[in-house]
Design a binder for this molecule. Structure first.
Ligand SMILES: [Fe+2]
Ligand SMILES: [Fe+2]
Length: 286
């Protein structure tokens, strides 16, 4: 859905927020997930591996950033949503940690070492720079909401050629990112509603996350001996920006953040949540 069609400051509806239930997916990732679990394609798989591997420390950082300001929130409904947010992100962090362990077993140990290093920086950041941490969290949640929308808009096209366990994981995560997408933003609005800070932070975050994912992707492709093959990058370009590319068509949603009157609810994800929730819940409960 194009947020530009809504016009400035318009929120689609005053219906209640979607619920933020904490679900506990059954079991750990099994050992029979192939190295190239995303349609047999090295670039697509390692792109998602790279993204996924940032979630264990990243989502723990988000939770600490939001909980830091919990006492400043007077609205009991937002307090409840904060609890849901923390519970959902805690589950994501836990399951994506299993993915990191899988990557280590497949021969990419530097991912885990890097995560330990970045986690220490993230913890320091939460303690010393809590407002910047919260602003980063709200802006990164905008990016995860965009990716979630890509998955939920057409789950078969986005996840149909993944290994079934990975497909379940990504669909579940996408659903919950859509459900809790406005929590960090609402806390930020309560604590520090300024426009300039969140705009600058988003620009830096986009660059930072892009470089972090690219670095991890390059490492895995290098380990596989595929880094310097032209076909790897041709496939990669197609996967990200081609006709059905993963990032194709996300520009308007992304840019909406930079508007002074932006609110995550201007892009109404409730129809997507309602369409997908029953199936996703059934499949993650195994
Ligand atoms: Fe998450
Ligand atoms: Fe999230």
């Amino acid at each position: 859905m194009d947020p530009m069609q809504t016009g400035p400051a318009q929120v689609f509806s005053t219906d209640p927020e979607p619920g933020i239930p904490v679900r506990h997916p059954a079991g750990a990732l099994s050992k029979d997930i192939p190295r190239y679990w995303y349609g047999g394609d090295a670039f697509a798989t390692h792109f998602m591996d790279a993204l996924s591997s940032t979630f264990p420390f990243g989502e723990a950082f988000f939770v600490r950033a939001v909980l830091h300001y919990r006492d400043r929130i007077g609205d009991p409904a937002l307090q409840k949503r904060i609890r849901g947010f923390a519970g959902q992100e805690g589950q994501h962090s836990r399951v994506h940690e299993q993915h990191v362990r899988m990557l280590v077993e497949q021969g990419y140990p530097a991912i885990e070492a890097r995560n330990r290093f970045v986690d220490r920086i993230a913890r320091w950041h939460n303690r010393r720079l809590p407002l910047l941490s919260l602003t980063m969290t709200a802006s990164l949640e905008h990016l995860t909401a965009i990716l979630a929308r890509q998955v939920l808009s057409d789950p078969d096209r986005r996840t149909g050629n993944m290994h079934p366990e990975m497909a379940r994981l990504w669909r579940w995560h996408a659903l919950e990112e859509a459900e809790h997408k406005s929590v960090a933003f609402d806390v930020l609005k309560e604590v520090a509603p300024g426009h300039a800070r969140r705009v600058i932070v988003m620009a830096l975050n986009t660059l930072g996350l892009g470089l972090e994912v690219f670095d991890r992707l390059v490492y895995m492709l290098w380990k596989d001996g595929l880094l310097f093959k032209a076909s790897t990058w041709r496939n990669g370009w197609r996967f990200l920006f081609g006709r059905d590319g993963f990032l194709r068509g996300t520009g308007a949603d992304y840019r909406s953040w930079y508007r002074r009157d932006f609110d995550p609810r201007q892009i109404d994800d409730r129809p997507l949540i309602e369409k997908n929730v029953a199936l996703i819940e059934a499949e993650i409960m195994g």
